[in-house]
Design a protein around this ligand. Structure first.
Ligand code: NAD
Length: 540
């Protein structure tokens, strides 16, 4: 099987891509100049794009070239912002906030509704750009934009119903009110793997609750940032609004300056645990607010009673979807010892069927696209070498695919101890470690022993095990699923995780409260002053 896999490189490539790859060596042109990529122009992109928006477009920092991970070819360029431009943009975002906070919440919701409608118009080309720039397959690119549209709909409804409460006072003729007020400027720093939806989750809710938004996208997905901001900016312009959404593309220097600036009241950071820890400490240093959405090391547990057919499908999408680059990707499968061997065999059989479906992310038949950069390939190789050195057996895959772009074989590794260093680390690539457990109690213990606490799922038909899993002695993650995948969350629930995943929550449920400050208001309508707890304090 491994020998077979080693030969899949050119043979499995769709014909059109083979031609593209061959022509690449003789051409240095940008994809945006080619007729088949005209969808990029529909989004208002050009070969060279300014990457800063604060009512006007500019960009005086270093220029970055964005590459197609599926071929390694350049798509177009973006001129990033420098630190001075970021500082000016924060000032403009603050001024915009001062006007925006006076707009009634349902009217703010109407603007978000228009943003959602505009996204519907551009869903096809924008989703294709997400695929092209990240490396995720066509349907996942479309799905990502759909997620932004969905959260806009959610935020429109929220704008009419988010509310405080009236609390009983212990003092006669007193009332206690609780109200939620906007924070000010919300800084959004996003990761490369969800370059559109993460901004969308934050922006839709932050705008509806009365904040302005300043976005810094990942340096390797700048075209999605620019194209998305153009769509939003057009809605703001048509409504004669100040720049309540701003963008400053940039690298670490821009990110660090944004995080340290006191004028940014909330920093919503999505990225690795390592960077997130620094961001969290820095924001706390200035007593700012922070939402941390960091890495995961998500386990799928297969109980003795599981519906194995369904669990196999969940494992396939969980481990390989987005080529293993979702924060919620299944990285460990913990299988009951009675099912272990048959499960591994059946999963490997499914992986085998995917071989002809490895290809360029925009080809119609592709289910497994490239990883994002050469760095992901290096991390993949290092994890496999480490797994082997620790006694792991490669049951499927394990090799880099030799072709233009960044392709690796989806990989299954068995036989490692549950607490091996490589098993406890998040490697952002399609590698899964299958572990054999005695029972659900042991599986829960292993699920919980890693540093991260994002997503988890159990497959079981046993109601007792299911409720143990969701109870206090169960999974310690933010997402605790039963009979479905670890990845692919909907917008209606609060999204995020515990421990080294950072503790933040975004999207649905009451996550909107994170974008607000809470005011507790005691109103005395008695005509006399009375202290709480019966304290007497006067001089008559
Ligand atoms: P990353 O941490 O390398 O970068 C994330 C963002 O932080 C980028 O915009 C980057 O430019 C910026 N940045 C880097 N250093 C910074 C600093 N010192 N101060 C401020 N900003 C800085 O992450 P990545 O490789 O782009 O994304 C992959 C990681 O993101 C994975 O760990 C994944 O699990 C995580 N992720 C988490 C979620 C979630 O919701 N929990 C969602 C998507 C991705």
């Amino acid at each position: 099987m491994l020998a077979h896999l080693r030969n899949i490189s050119k043979r499995a490539l769709p014909r059109r891509l083979v031609t593209q790859s061959a022509s690449y060596s003789s051409s240095s042109s940008f994809l945006i100049d080619q007729p088949e990529y005209s969808f990029l122009k529909e989004l208002g992109l050009e070969r060279d794009n300014p990457g800063v928006y604060s009512g006007q477009w500019q960009g005086r920092g270093p220029s970055v070239t964005s590459y197609d991970p599926g071929t390694g070819r350049p798509i177009a360029k973006v001129r990033q912002g420098n630190v001075q431009e970021l500082e000016q943009t924060i000032g403009l975002a603050l001024e915009a906030y001062k006007q925006w906070r006076q707009v009634p919440a349902p009217v703010r919701g109407e603007i978000v509704r228009q943003i959602g409608d505009e996204l519907r118009k551009y869903k096809e080309p924008l989703g294709k750009l997400v695929s092209l720039e990240v490396g995720k397959i066509y349907s996942e690119g479309q799905g990502e934009v759909q997620e932004f549209i969905d959260i806009c709909d959610y935020a429109v409804g929220l704008s009419r119903i988010y509310s405080g409460q009236l609390i009983n006072s212990e003092r006669a003729d007193h009332s206690i009110l609780e109200a939620w007020r906007p924070l000010g400027v919300v800084g959004v720093i996003s990761a490369y793997n969800f370059p559109n939806a993460v901004f969308g989750w934050n922006a839709a809710i932050a705008l509806t609750t009365g904040n302005s938004v300043l976005w810094k996208g990942a340096p390797s997905t700048p075209l999605v940032s620019v194209a998305t901001t153009k769509i939003v900016a057009d809605v703001l312009r048509r409504n004669n609004l100040p720049p309540v959404v701003t963008l400053c593309q940039g690298g670490t220097d821009v990110g660090q300056t944004l995080v340290a600036d006191k004028r940014v009241n909330l920093v919503s950071f999505t990225g690795s645990c390592q960077t997130g820890r620094d961001v969290g400490v820095e924001v706390q240093r200035r007593f700012g607010k922070v939402i941390l959405e960091l890495g995961g090391n998500n386990a799928l547990i297969i109980d003795e009673s599981a519906n194995v057919k369904m669990a196999l499908d969940a494992a396939l999408f969980g481990c390989i979807g987005t080529s293993g680059q979702r924060c919620t990707t299944t990285r460990r499968i913990i299988v009951h010892e009675k099912l272990h061997d048959q499960f591994v065999k059946a999963l490997v059989g499914k992986y085998q069927q995917l071989i002809p479906k490895i290809g360029h992310q925009l080809e119609a038949q592709t289910l497994v696209g490239p990883v994002h950069t050469q760095q992901n390939v290096e991390n993949y190789k290092a994890a496999i070498a480490e797994a082997k050195s620790l006694g792991g057996a490669v049951a499927f895959g394990g090799n880099v695919i030799q072709r233009d772009g960044f392709y690796v074989e989806p990989t299954v590794i068995t036989g490692l101890p549950h607490d091996a260093s490589v098993v406890h680390r998040e490697t952002f690539a399609p590698i899964v470690y299958i572990l054999k457990a005695k029972n659900v109690d042991q599986a829960i213990e292993w699920n919980n022993e890693v540093e991260q606490g994002l997503s988890s799922a159990i497959f079981t038909e046993n109601i007792g095990q299911a409720f143990k899993w969701i109870g206090a002695k169960g999974s310690d993650c933010g997402i605790v699923n039963i009979n479905t995948t670890t990845n692919g969350a909907e917008i209606g629930g609060a999204f995020g995780g515990e421990k080294a995943t950072g503790g933040g929550r975004e999207s649905g449920s009451d996550a909107w409260k994170q974008y607000c400050k809470r005011a507790t208001i005691t109103v005395n309508h008695s005509g006399e002053l009375a202290c709480a707890q019966g304290v007497v304090f006067n001089v008559e």
